[in-house]
Design a protein around this ligand. Structure first.
Ligand code: C2E
Ligand code: CA
Ligand code: CA
Ligand code: CA
Length: 279
């Protein structure tokens, strides 16, 4: 068995090296990208589902590599997490999104919420609440306009310390949202205890609405659970009017998706706002 194991090992070595090398190259490139200005935040509008008003936006990270071109966050966030780069990267995102909130408030958009994705690894660090406190102070961002999106899986095994961290963040005046809701099988009793105010219904449940019966069941259950617990639901990935109508009829609070607007660089987002809500 030992012999066979060794053979297997040797068999897989070249491929493992190639993948490790690829990852290492990506990691080094990402390290340079953070310092070299290759990263940008784009912003995707979030609308009140009932009256269509713009309420906020989600900051989404974009990497434009000088040779390779655009690399999506789904590709590089996992690398950033494995290498620990997610910590400086996450701080860079927090800084940038908070600065953007201040700029937009100065331009008159005082109520515009800016939602920021927080990696599980970032959230699980002991100093996370201190980092957020410092960045709020450094940028002068209004905590009432900042929302943190924490994935459902990051809160799967909630220790007392993680719970206290959420409470501390809530005390700063921030809004807390549970991201990718529905993908992590959270226990419902736990949900009730958490100091969060929003659920983000994952795109995978929105994509095949209203035709797919299972997805319709999950979406309906999420909306009625949220109503009973006094939580708002933000549906992500709304692409067609039928999805919008279905979700709106079931009391969904907010929506986000290509139907309303793609993630956009700040200047384009400003033009989008001007066209959407003419002053
Ligand atoms: P997410 O948080 O679930 O973000 C929603 C994703 O859906 C985004 O993909 C967005 O561009 C995309 N999307 C929005 N509307 C539609 C639609 O109508 N149809 C479809 N098909 N897709 C839509 P994106 O920007 O590629 O980001 C992927 C994931 O990467 C995010 O998923 C999030 O988990 C992660 N991510 C992005 N930016 C950051 C960041 O700054 N920090 C961290 N930790 N993660 C990030
Ligand atoms: Ca998100
Ligand atoms: Ca999602
Ligand atoms: Ca399905």
């Amino acid at each position: 068995a030992k012999e066979a194991g060794r053979n297997n090992y040797q068999f897989f070595v070249p491929e493992m090296n190639a993948r490790a090398l690829e990852r290492l190259m990506l990691e080094n490139a990402l390290r340079r990208a953070i310092e070299g200005g290759e990263l940008k935040l784009h912003f995707q509008p979030q609308l009140n589902a009932q009256d269509g008003a713009l309420t906020g936006c989600e900051a989404l990270l974009r990497w434009n590599h000088p040779e390779i071109g655009a690399i999506g966050p789904a590709q590089f966030i996992p690398v950033a997490e494995e290498s620990g780069l997610i910590v400086p990267l996450g701080e860079w995102v927090l800084h940038g999104a908070c600065r953007q909130q201040v700029a937009w408030a100065r331009a008159g958009h005082r109520e515009l919420m800016v939602a920021i994705n927080i990696s599980a690894l970032q959230f699980r660090r002991e100093d996370f609440a201190d980092v957020v406190t410092r960045i709020l102070a450094e940028t002068g961002a209004d905590p009432a306009c900042i929302e943190l999106e924490i994935t459902e899986t990051a809160l799967m095994q909630p220790s007392e310390a993680l719970y206290e961290r959420l409470v501390a963040l809530g005390r700063l005046g921030l809004t807390l949202a549970l991201d990718d809701f529905g993908t992590g099988y959270s226990s419902l009793s736990y949900l009730k205890r958490l100091p969060i105010s929003r659920l983000k219904l994952d795109y995978s449940f929105v994509r095949d609405l209203p035709g797919d019966q299972e997805d319709a069941a999950v979406a309906s259950a999420t909306l009625s659970l949220a109503r009973d617990l006094g939580l708002e639901v933000v549906a992500e990935g709304v692409e067609v009017i039928e999805q919008f109508a279905w979700l709106k009829a079931r009391g969904c609070s907010k929506m986000q998706g290509y139907l309303f607007g793609r993630p956009m660089p700040p200047e384009e987002f400003e033009r989008w706002m001007a066209a959407h809500d003419p002053a």
